[in-house]
Write a protein that binds this ligand. Structure first.
Ligand SMILES: [Fe+2]
Ligand SMILES: [Fe+2]
Length: 261
């Protein structure tokens, strides 16, 4: 029996949900939303490790899942999530730095509904709103922040994992929305600009939430102290190469806030 349990832990979660649809409801009840994920390569063991439920919740969830798979049989539930750090312990400095960078991005995201509501691309100053937001997306969110994730942080992990694939896809989608915003400016198409601004806002709001609450804590639990130090100094190298970026975009965001808050 225990071999079969291990086999299921190393089975693709999508296959398990196809075979046992009730498993999706069990995952949902623990706030683990695998159903909408389109990549579908995570093993059940990865899902449990990544979401880092506390010991009791992990045991309860696995018991419910194995009750569905092996009804009426006694199953010994193994412990999956690594316990290198307490769940509420602070993240290590490289991840705290990325979470700090998210804060400036989130300040732009909350302004986007007000900006898009007022937007009229027949007015010159409105054109500069969109151009400035695209500048922020391309040079702060992307070159300054996503580059750290893609070139340094994600590069340290198995990039074929669903959770990383989903994050990379989000970065690509964000870039295409920014490109469409610039096209909208060229075409003086206010509606197109508005649609892409709002799509960007929705995408990045969810993306940052997933990183802050799930991805970074999981990465942190799987990072040794040598990597923490190395990664932090690599992040500092990026900052040294782009010394004016944080201040420049802080000023831009503050100007937007005086206009739209
Ligand atoms: Fe990201
Ligand atoms: Fe991020």
């Amino acid at each position: 029996m225990q071999n079969k349990v291990e086999e299921y832990l190393d089975t693709n979660i999508k296959d398990i949900m196809d075979q046992y649809p009730q498993v999706q409801d069990i995952l949902d009840s623990f706030d683990i939303g695998c159903a909408p994920c389109t990549s579908g390569t995570c093993m059940m063991r990865d899902i449990i490790d990544i979401h880092n439920l506390d010991e009791q919740n992990e045991k309860t969830m696995l018991s419910q899942i194995f009750d569905v798979i092996f009804p009426g049989e006694k199953v010994e539930i193994p412990r999956i999530a690594k316990e290198k750090k307490a769940i509420d312990s602070p993240l290590s400095p490289p991840l705290v730095k990325l979470i700090d960078e998210h804060k400036l991005i989130k300040r732009v995201l909350v302004l986007i509904p007000a900006i898009s509501e007022k937007l009229d691309l027949s007015k010159d100053d409105n054109i500069s709103w969109v151009k400035n937001i695209v500048d922020f997306i391309q040079n702060y969110a992307d070159k300054f922040h996503h580059a750290k994730e893609e070139d340094i942080l994600f590069a340290h992990y198995d990039q074929s994992l669903d959770i990383i694939q989903v994050m990379l896809k989000d970065h690509v989608s964000g870039r295409s929305y920014a490109k469409s915003m610039l096209e909208a400016v060229e075409e003086q198409n206010t509606e197109k600009a508005r649609v892409n601004l709002l799509k960007y806002r929705d995408l990045l709001t969810e993306h940052i939430k997933k990183e802050d609450e799930i991805l970074y804590p999981w990465m942190d639990r799987n990072m040794d102290i040598t990597t923490v130090g190395k990664m932090y100094s690599q992040f500092m190298n990026v900052d040294t190469m782009l010394p004016d970026v944080p201040q420049k975009y802080l000023v831009m965001v503050e100007e937007f806030e005086t206009l739209f808050e």
